[in-house]
Design a protein around this ligand. Sequence first.
Ligand code: G6P
Length: 383
Amino acid sequence: VVVEKQGFRHFMLKEIYEQPGVVRTCLEAYLDQDWHAGQNSETSPIHLNLSPTLTENLENIQILACGTSWHAALVGKYLLEQLVGIPTSVQYASEFRYAPAPITPHTLTIGVTQSGETADTLAALDLEKRRRGNLETKFQPHLLGITNRPESTLGQMVDEVIDTHAGIEIGVAATKTFIAQLIGFYCLSLDLAYQRKTLSEERIEEILDNLRYLPAQIELILESQERYIEELAHDFAETQDFIFVGRGINFPIALEGALKLKEISYIHAEGYPAGEMKHGPIALLDNKVPVVSIAMPGCVYEKVLSNAQEAKARDARLIGVTAMNDTEANDTFDNLLPVPEVEELISPLVTVIPLQLLSYHIAARRGLDVDQPRNLAKSVTVE
Ligand code: G6P
């Protein structure tokens, strides 16, 4: 398959713009359009076609991944624990290989990988398969893959796959495959929440409706924000350090925002849970270190704002990813990256977009090879 840039300056920018379509395709593949709460309660509104044995008697989930996929896994953990109540651990595959967690019964192992070929992730899954297969018990070594490459080595290795329908990604820095992995986790969590009745059908329908608005909301961010972010990026041509903070479901997005920036712009960036700033990173702050804070309406909103104030008191330039109609945020932040107001549960799917654009434009402004950053590879097939 020959993939072209279609007028975009870089594949990364093209792939950022493909995200509304990717979300739409993935939702169309899995959501039942005709399902309504209270009407046909025998079937789940989400058709992932996973065998019932994969999720029956499920007590624990462990997720193995690397890089950006590991960040998607952290959002997945939040959803699986908060919506379904299943204790979920997220491990770096490269760490798990040499120090696997003790085997727990009735555990589903999920491997997340855009390439389906990352050596560490494959090796960690293989280890898990072997050690569970060797157990003299009835527990089956259940493995589930979440990937946009169902034909990959991962696809052949696991029992079942959730195909995220993102297609091939060329830019080394993952964008559309990340958002697609997130949609995969929303679908899995809502399907399990339906099966286990941890959420009411009405609540599930409400979340699904909110997911269906997403493609248009992402389009709106791209249309209304890109030019502003491109201009804002000029201010950071000489910046050497960035801090990204978020809490709760947006903590992984702070990690992802920092990773995107360092991957392609070579600026040192750290992602932190906002409440942990006072235990270290705050010592780094002065007027040369911008702080990007994800402050969306929800249970941690006030906390994130007060964490941002702490940074402001150290002269840091504050950039807020906030809801479009949030007037309070104006007083706190020097620059706003507004996104449509969505419920907190959905917010990672919108907050990540301006962060992708910000890192893209900073790197492009610096004249760097955005699609092929130094020392990095799209798929890391060596240990
Ligand atoms: C490489 C890529 C990253 C990616 C990571 C994990 O480092 O440059 O973009 O997140 O591998 O890749 P995977 O294919 O397993 O998601």
